[in-house]
Design a protein around this ligand. Sequence first.
Ligand code: PLP
Length: 709
Amino acid sequence: MEIKKNIFRKLPPRLEGLGEIAANLWWSWHPAARMIFKMIDRQTWKESRHNPVKMLSDLPSELLESAAEDTDYLRRYNVVLSKFRKEIKEKECRILNDIVDPEIHSIAYFSAEYGLHHSIPFYAGGLGFLAGDFIKACSDLSVPLTAVGFMYPEGYFLQRIREDGWQENIDQILDRDASSIIRVLGDDGQQLTVKVPLIEPPLYVAVWKIDVGRVPLYLMDTDIEINDPWNRTISAHLYSGDIEQRLRQEIVLGIGGSEVLETLGIKRSILHLNEGHPAFALLERIRDQVQAGKTYEEALQQVKTTTVFTTHTPVPAGHDVFPFHLMEKYFNSYWPALGLDHDRFLKLGIHPNDPNAGFNMTAFALRMSGYCNAVSKRHAEVTRQMWQSLWPDLPQDKVPIDYVTNGVHVPKWIEPRLELLFNKYLYPNWLDDHDNPFIWEMIDEIPDDELWKTHYWLKIKLIDAIRERSRQRWTNNQVSASIVLAGGALLDPSVLTIGFARRFATYKRADLIFYDIERLKRLLNDRWRPIQIIFAGKAHPADDPGKRILQKVFNATRDPAMAGRIAFLENYGEQFAQYMVHGVDVWLNNPLPPMEACGTSGMKAALNGVPHLSILDGWWCEGFNGKNGWAFGLEEIEGNRNQSDAEAIYNILENEVIPKYYKVSADGIRRDWVRIMKESIKSNAPKFSAIRMVREYIKKFYVNALKNV
Ligand SMILES: *Cc1c(COP(=O)(O)O)cnc(C)c1O
């Protein structure tokens, strides 16, 4: 494995450990580790956008030399470095201990996207953050897991909003060497390249690696010289809009990814497919077994009983379906190696309700995986209904699709100041055991004004960051004043602030709150108790309806009748997600039920004392308890439900949220509001944490699947 020699050569010997820490994403969820970079020079840290590798490469050597002489600095450095080394070396899994020898067994986790940190833009939205949070929690719990995905050299696009409010997509090329990504080297000392088997014309991937704490994540890059130009761009972007290129992406992910693990000698006792995109990995596992002498049926049985498939979307367009002629083109030399013929092979991906539509990746994965799950209780009900035709002999409630409700990685999403506050009032080491609900009862010990002051400070930090961005846009980009206003220049920290930030997929209905524009204006313009709303999110480049909703929202922000109290933040990503979920007062969520499989941004907010105002869909059906936020939309409504849902939101705002927020007790403290904040934290944080989720995957699936290895 190559260490970033060019960057770390200049480290003084006393501080060599900084290179070790910067090269492992562990720093991204340990505030103390980030602090030892920030302490060297705040400005370079800020300019690197909180990326230690970039920072170390930009930092003048004198500053490193002087840090190496500073005893206070060295003390902190030593604490962090020893903690890092101890944790990374600790290999054994506390939960899987009895049945797993990590040297022998390993779980291979495949996902098309990973949301890890904004310096590594390999995500489009929730699915990616789920995968990123999942592997971080696996690292914390020492689960013997290896993750596989794509190196997207052009990442997800940069979003710019034109003067007319239309989203433009600007490609940006990632500097692969300026982040915590390392080249995997082959025996010849060159970067390892692997040929994707049985696919013509030949296709190669270069292999990269990110160390995510104890979990290695291998990334495949098709942008190498040996590939022809069309092949080179396979990994350029997430989710190609071109169907054939999309198929080729999924071939590389599933089949290429398996070959990479094989080449590296990594065992794959269990295969875990995060969504249908990597499902071709199943074929490689079967092919291995057939080559070893098993019949197709025997091989399938073995593969099935050791495969976990997690489905994430109830939106039909979210399931990839490939035309048969393309499947034939790419797999005609493949199916004989499985012991199958043309018809039997294509049947693996047929949806019984629509057999002529093509090869459906979700139908395929559901058929071939012994452990299938949805990502919330509600989503499991919807998924069983959607896919019942695959199990025609079973009643709907017996369809073998279980669920594990998603969770978020608490050490990553908790704001460091809140973490300090919790350190003071919860048990010491609460973070090591944070899926234990009893620990969170102690939240009541925090004095109301301390919690409120911390929150208010975070709101100011958010609004400052937004204004600073607006100022830069104004100064550097020569945009009109109205674009600057739209960016949030008039936001006011004393005003009740609602956050709405996620992908601009149409079913998420970002424009719902504009349904009755007069009623909204009254809320925004109330002289004594106004509200303000901050929007952010990207529409998929091929999603014009999504872009139209974005345009509508964006243009509303510029209407003087909205009083500058609505803002749209450009280019939403992990960094602003952090500011938003820490700093707004209420998190709004109003997708069209039952389209939200789970949703996770509301969990991130709830954990930070930002209560959820949400339609009852996804995780909120399990999360809402009457005291920890607000819910609406339980009734089944035929046809267009926008009106009733919008009215429900206005009613909740007018009758509950606004009066509670603006009520201040005689001693000057917002007691009622802080009570909801506390309830939000203690009821949601343990239950919707990623370590609760990983433990559930272990108990429900991994433990059983390992018995079949
Ligand atoms: C958590 C997160 C998401 C997912 O949000 P949902 O509410 O689940 O749609 C999307 N984007 C970013 C940047 C996130 O951090």
